[in-house]
Design a protein around this ligand. Sequence first.
Ligand code: 3PG
Length: 306
Amino acid sequence: MKVLIATEKPFAAVAVEGIRKEIEAAGFELALLEKYTEKAQLLDAVKDANALIIRSDKVDAEVLDAAKELKIVVRAGAGYDNVDLAAATAHNVCVMNTPGQNSNAVAELVFGLLVFGVRNFFNGKAGTELMGKKLGILAFGNVGRNVARVAAGFGMEISAYDAFCPAEAIEAAGVHAAKSQEELFETCDVVSLHIPATPETKQSINKALVGKMKKGGILINTARKEVINESELLELMAEREDLKYITDIMPDAHAAFAEQFPTRYFSTPKKMGAQTAEANINAGIAAAKQIVAYFKEGCERFRVNK
Ligand code: 3PG
């Protein structure tokens, strides 16, 4: 059984070693394709792989066509919008994610970026503190819950909205349950995005919504770039000179944001949310274990395609 790790953005070496141990202990073989720059390299590497571990790497019909022996793809992480689920099902390939395994890493980055943001990107001018400010969390999944936990330590007032999580579950975590995402944007000083990229959420963070924010509002995105309506956000930030946008996923319109709003916009050069040794180890080893359990026991827990 051949398991291929294909990561354009590699795991920490210690995580690869952990994955190797799991795979080899099961009597399987591990192959590694890291930092590839051309799709052709991926197409070649998947030819004889029975299982695939990926991160944000794109697995589309062409990759699945090339991977004649493939039975399972595990996205070591939360969001699986990079995998064509319908094509995988058509190719009889099981797709899984590893929910929760990197959520603390993403939540910690939110606060790294937020402190950087409220202190004016460390330009020397007096900024503000987070204590007592209102934080809105959209939505309340694994990352959102971790963000709430850390925000409590900062002494923030915390609200959350989640279209799929009942208000009682949010309140049970000690967080105010907003009635709508509009309420979240209207009432909070900072809104932190933790929604997946789906047909419903794509482009949903638009001018009408962000425009509801109070003076000095900060929008922080460690989720997906696709959920932002970039042209409308550019328009809004030009009209509202008080708003800041901080993101861990470089927008398509990065050059325009950076040029027009050098003191109100920041993007990491490469998505860094899950880029910690701990998150890589957690998600990578979970992926390896899920693959072993799939082949040895037929276990399909965490399967995301039908
Ligand atoms: C996720 O969906 O798990 C995060 O966005 C992390 O993505 P990455 O593995 O590309 O860092």
